[in-house]
Design a binder for this molecule. Sequence first.
Ligand code: SAM
Length: 259
Amino acid sequence: MKQSNDWNPDLYLKYRNERTQPSIDLISKIGISFQPKSILDIGCGPGNSSQALLQRWPGAVLTGIDNSINMIEKAKTSYPGNTWIVADASKYISDTKYDIVFSNATIQWIPNHKDLFKRLFNLTNIGGVLAIQVPRFNEMPLAKAIQKVANQENWQEATKGCSELFTFHDEKYYYDLMSLDYRSVDFWQTDYFHILDSQYSIIEWIRSTGMKPYLDCLKNEEKPLFEKEVLAEIKGDYAPQNDGKVLFPFKRLFMIGYK
Ligand SMILES: C[S@@+](CC[C@H](N)C(=O)[O-])C[C@H]1O[C@@H](n2cnc3c(N)ncnc32)[C@H](O)[C@@H]1O
């Protein structure tokens, strides 16, 4: 497996509102009548999802974990007063249990979801909640275009193994995982239509996330060329509207488990 370079929080936050909306939607659907005392945000990134959690429950003590030093630094600077920890969620264990264990747009970066979900269950208090959103990125034309370009002869060697950095399962897989352990579960899917300025905006969006592992494998001078080829590949899938804007559909799976 290839090692990824660290994340760039500023690049990531260029589409802050669009990236945070799924957290807001997930948080609004968590059906509890008590005030949670403790919240764990797994893959908290620059703290945007954590801030959305604290907006609903300002009295809770929030811990954010992320394995990116840059992301944790950004979260610390933007939202001091919370606990921010550099940690790999696939290995994270803690004696502390949390009323809410939350993760937005992160678990696809973590392998072995059977093990991960056991770990998350163990981190959740009895009566508490696990709430997760995972993008269905692998099903999108954009993901297919990136993989198609990566499979081309000129990129094949350099980008070998990049797609293995992601782990995706469907709702049936997660239902079977969660229904065993939780008192009740709630699942839904939302297809967002992000309105972007141009087709190039899609490249700007994805270069800090889903295309990042591929770009990390390339030399600096190769990166713009790779992006150009992906842009050419997606042109038919994300055609501009009459006003020049582009609709960028983004399907996301939401899961809540009540322990
Ligand atoms: C797409 S960002 C999501 C950030 C934020 N939760 C949000 O809602 O916008 C994914 C985050 O997961 C983190 N991440 C990826 N793999 C991880 C792992 N194994 N353990 C902890 N964090 C991880 C990345 O560093 C990144 O900050």
